[in-house]
Design a protein. Structure first.
Length: 211
């Protein structure tokens, strides 16, 4: 009897993840040109897997390919941000409404635990962002719509291109945490409409801070 083995992660996928993290950390700044020769040399790879990785990032909106000029880290305009936040507000508020009405007590307790971690991350910007994203993604998992999850995942990648700007605004982390408390309270009360409203407000305020 033959044993099936899973294929290892493709090299271009590994390279895409490395570049994705460099973009999110601002090591590769929005608008900057991506030096393919230099990066291929750094990673000890040929340009073929690097170009495949850039195609992946271009499909995600993180990289922009320019004819005869190469690849650039995408610059997000105010309109881009407005469009992204608008869609995220619609998708995630809908998910919050579903969770308030259908989540099990165990799932709500899990969200409450993540929220408690968020409360403890004040003053640690990067940690706060990581826990915040984990809360949102877990809420989406509980809402259980893979198409919504896929769309939100892609939109959040674009949002991250601008995320540090929003955090630099005085008091935004405190405000964001307060908004999370309101969302969590509505979820625990199993008030679907209120949970949707609170999540909409959360993204509306996030957009104001990001632009």
């Amino acid at each position: 009897m033959s044993v099936l083995s899973l294929a290892p992660r493709a090299l271009y996928e590994e390279v895409a993840e490395l570049l994705r993290q460099r973009i999110f950390s601002r090591e590769l700044e929005p608008g900057s040109w991506i030096d393919e020769l230099k990066i291929a040399e750094e990673y000890g790879i040929s340009r073929t897997p690097l170009r495949e990785a850039l195609k992946v990032l271009a499909a995600e909106g993180l990289v922009t390919m320019k004819v005869r000029r190469g690849a650039y880290v995408t610059e997000v305009s105010d309109k881009d941000l407005t469009d992204v936040y608008h869609l995220l507000a619609l998708l995630e508020s809908d998910a919050a409404g579903v969770v308030a009405q259908r989540a099990s007590d165990v799932e709500l307790t899990e969200l409450q635990t993540i929220h408690a971690e968020l409360e403890g991350a004040i003053g640690q910007r990067d940690l706060f962002f990581a826990i915040n994203e984990r809360f949102h993604m877990r809420l989406l998992e509980i809402a259980d719509n893979r198409w919504r999850m896929q769309m939100v995942t892609d939109l959040r990648k674009v949002m991250k291109l601008n995320r540090h700007n929003s955090l630099l605004k005085t008091g935004r982390i405190d405000d964001s945490l307060s908004e999370h408390r309101a969302v969590m309270a509505a979820l625990l009360a199993r008030e679907g409409e209120l949970a949707m409203q609170r999540m909409q407000e959360h993204f509306h305020n996030g957009l104001e801070a990001a632009t």
